[in-house]
Design a protein around this ligand. Sequence first.
Ligand code: ACO
Length: 337
Amino acid sequence: MNAQAFAPLAQPNARYSRITGTGSHLPPRRLSNDDMTALLAQRGIETSDAWIVERTGIRARHFAADGVNCSDLALPAARAALEAAGRTADDVDLIIVATSTPDMVFPSTACILQDKLGANGCMAFDMQAVCSGFVYALSVADSMIRGGMARCALVIGSEIFSRILDFNDRTTCVLFGDGAGAVVLEASAEPGILATDMHADGRHVGILCVPGTVSGGQVLGDPLLKMDGQSVFKLAVGVLDSAARAVLERAGRTEADLDWLIPHQANIRIMQSTARKLKLPLSKLVVTVDEHGNTSAASIPLALDTAVRSGRVKRGDTVMLEGVGGGFTWGAVLLDF
Ligand code: ACO
């Protein structure tokens, strides 16, 4: 947006947070379902465009080149969001990168990105809530802005899931892709974020996980993604509905007030079921899973930026963001854009 959002606030208690810019980035290498079919055929594994489209709605995904890291995808997304907000790196006082595929064990990808952006000195940390990471990060940034700890936050989801896929497991490797999405969230006298609702249930750790770890100079255990797809599917449909209703109630709004639903882009069937439960026409559902696949923490900001830049999501629209993923974690954010 513009610098006016930074006008001094008459009352500190009337402080809200509002998205003032969005950005995203996809690595150039695009693999269609036919490309994936050919890739898996080299390993003697069968899949098809028809199976993938029918079960998931995915038609393509992007994979990062060797040597490209999570912060490299986050950087152009962050720059695009800053430009859209009319901000520079000097304005940023908080960076949160939601990711499960960081550049290294430590320091955080947020610190690495901070240096690449030239925003050194501000607070920077990673958020690990798998595919719910972006809504968790947005909720934390909103609380910190409303609490007076920050005024201009960069909130980013960035992932290179292609690095943790098991290309011998056709039930998972066709589902995921790489990418990054970012928003600038600023202190504002006007809302902004209306309500958030975040949850986790650690009893379900095993249904979606990368169980390996680094210890004693070695990778211990399996460092590739494992998923019980049907359990994830059933849980996701239930929790997305309850989180949606919770934020609407908290904000004193109803389903009829929603202009757009932007759920985590994992599977078109989960997304459409969420929209139907809210009695939303499917025309209000933002879908990018077809072209991006599941980019975990990056999927929601990637979809938001795509919808903003295509002119669908406009200033003043009421938007519901919903995340769900490993942990098991889930959450919703209701906002006036
Ligand atoms: N190509 C062809 N056949 C396949 C493939 C494939 N890529 N994958 C599985 N199959 C076969 C199976 O082997 C099985 O064959 P069988 O009947 O001969 O045993 C058959 O297809 C059906 O397999 P199911 O696993 O029962 O398929 P299902 O309809 O459950 O779809 C899917 C699987 C797409 C993974 C689905 O369960 C799903 O979408 N779950 C939710 C996943 C999700 O949303 N994850 C992300 C959320 S969290 C996060 O983003 C990290």
